[in-house]
Each structure stands twice: as structure tokens, then as C-alpha cells.
Design a protein around this ligand. Structure first.
Ligand SMILES: Nc1ncnc2c1ncn2[C@@H]1O[C@H](COP(=O)(O)OP(=O)(O)OP(=O)(O)O)[C@@H](O)[C@H]1O
Ligand SMILES: [Mg+2]
Length: 236
């Protein structure tokens, strides 16, 4: 049984159907990539998992049906969503953003250890620990958004286009840290990216969405060998 399992999931905004029967599974300790062009339905897939858009079909987390549960409930069950556009709390310091990520936890001592872990993972954040999140660069805000999600100690992190709007070298640094986070903690991830080479630096398996349907899926090595994937998502 997969840790997270989508079966025939469809979703629409009002009367406009966007997802048409998506199925995939995510195993514990693994990372699954979702590639696809603008408007393919990548963000909507993550929103369906975290309960932010109504969907039909079946979504199971650790064997429990979560479709129809509230976003808050799903988050408390252990699914953290790092949205497009990051969603850090601009008026609060880096440290307070990290603490708020852990607000449901009681293990005070471990919380401090996990903040230290995040600051080792993202040294930029250590330098800016007392700065307001709104004063951070785009790359630093992205780092903070990922670190804050980790502070909830989720079992799955849903990551939406963490490279968006970042210079290539910054995006690479963000993804290097995401890979370390995944391999060192074993947290499962769904990594949505238009930049396939960044996604492939973290995931071992991926699917391609085309207008709300899964068009290709497989181990990253086989996707990297496909002409259509190389042309559309690997820049040649
Ligand atoms: N809030 C909304 N209301 C109505 N339609 C929406 C809404 N959000 C997205 N859509 C439509 O749903 C489709 C899928 O959008 P979605 O955001 O899931 O795509 P995406 O793959 O994440 O694209 P991008 O790479 O641009 O982020 C698009 O046609 C989009 O216009
Ligand atoms: Mg999107």
C-alpha cells in the first residue's frame, strides 16, 4: 500500500473540469515528480490532495480516505503544502515563521533541534534569523517556506514550483537543500516542477500531466531518455 494514493481523481473550478481521472501512488521515503506545461493541472493536483479544491475519486493517506476532509485536518494528519508563491508570513521573523510551522507540536526540545537542522540546511536563513520574512530575497523566502513546512514534521511535503522566479544558481541551491532534506529525513515528497532537471535532482519517479491527464509516467531514468520529455522539459 502506498503512503499516498490517488485513484481516478477529477477536479473542476465551477463548471470547468481541470483534472480528468488522475491516478498515482507515492511510497513512504520516496519523492514523486509532477511535470507539465502551464495550465496542465499540477497545482490543482496538489490542491486536491490538501483539500483545497473539491475533487472526486479516491485519495488515501496511510490507508485513510482524506478526500472531503478540510485542509486543516489534512495538514494535521501529516501532509504539508508549500504553495506556489511560497506563503511565508511577511510580518514575522524567520525564527517565528519556523516556530509557527511547529505550532501543533509539544516536543519543545526537538523543535529547537529541528530549527537548527533547518538552519544547517539553509545557511542563508541562519544569517537572516531575526529579519522579517518580507525582507528576504525570493530564494530565501522559498527556503523559509520549505523549512517551515518541515517544522510541522509532516510525512509528506507537497512542493509547488520551488524554482519559480529564481535565478538558476539560486534554484539549484534550493533544490540541493531539498534533496538533502529528503534523503536525510526520509520525508516523502511530491515535487511539482516545470524545470525537469531540478525535479530529477530530487525524485526517482515522475509523471507528466497534459491537460489534466497523466500522459507519461515512469522512473526518472526512462523519462530522461524520452525525446518528448527532453524537448518539452529538459531544454533539448
Ligand atoms: N481558481 C481558479 N479558478 C478557475 N480556473 C482555475 C483556477 N485555478 C486554475 N484554474 C485553471 O485550471 C487549469 C489548471 O491550472 P493549474 O493551476 O492546476 O495548472 P498548473 O499546471 O499548476 O500551471 P502552472 O505551471 O502555470 O502553475 C488551468 O486551465 C487554469 O486556468
Ligand atoms: Mg501551478
Amino acid at each position: 500500500m502506498s503512503l499516498l494514493e490517488l485513484e481516478d481523481v477529477s477536479a473542476s473550478y465551477g463548471y470547468a473540469p481541470v483534472l480528468h481521472g488522475i491516478s498515482f501512488g507515492l511510497e513512504a521515503n520516496r519523492a514523486e515528480g509532477i511535470l507539465g506545461a502551464n495550465g496542465a493541472g499540477k497545482t490543482t493536483t496538489l490542491r486536491a490532495i490538501s483539500g483545497m479544491v473539491p475533487a472526486t475519486g479516491r485519495i488515501r493517506f496511510d490507508g485513510v480516505d482524506i478526500l472531503g476532509k478540510s485542509p486543516d485536518r489534512i495538514a494535521r494528519m501529516g501532509i504539508a503544502h508549500v504553495p506556489e508563491g511560497r506563503g511565508t508570513l511577511g510580518g514575522l521573523s524567520v525564527r517565528d515563521n519556523l516556530r509557527i510551522g511547529a505550532y501543533q507540536r509539544k516536543d519543545r526540545k526537538q523543535i529547537d533541534e529541528h530549527i537548527e537542522f533547518c538552519l544547517d540546511l539553509f545557511p542563508n536563513l541562519r544569517e537572516r534569523i531575526s529579519s522579517n520574512a518580507s525582507a528576504l530575497s525570493g530564494g530565501e523566502q522559498q527556503m523559509l517556506a520549505v523549512a517551515r513546512a518541515f517544522m510541522a514534521q509532516p510525512r509528506v511535503i507537497l512542493l509547488d514550483e520551488a524554482s519559480l522566479g529564481l535565478a538558476p544558481s539560486t534554484a539549484q541551491r534550493v533544490y540541493d537543500a531539498i534533496r538533502r532534506l529528503q534523503t536525510e529525513t526520509g520525508v516523502a515528497m511530491v515535487v511539482v516542477e516545470q524545470n525537469a532537471s531540478l525535479a530529477f535532482s530530487v525524485v526517482d519517479h515522475a509523471l507528466v500531466l497534459e491537460t489534466g491527464r497523466v500522459s507519461i509516467e515512469g522512473p526518472k531514468e526512462s523519462l530522461m531518455g524520452m525525446d518528448e520529455v527532453r524537448r518539452a522539459y529538459l531544454g533539448g
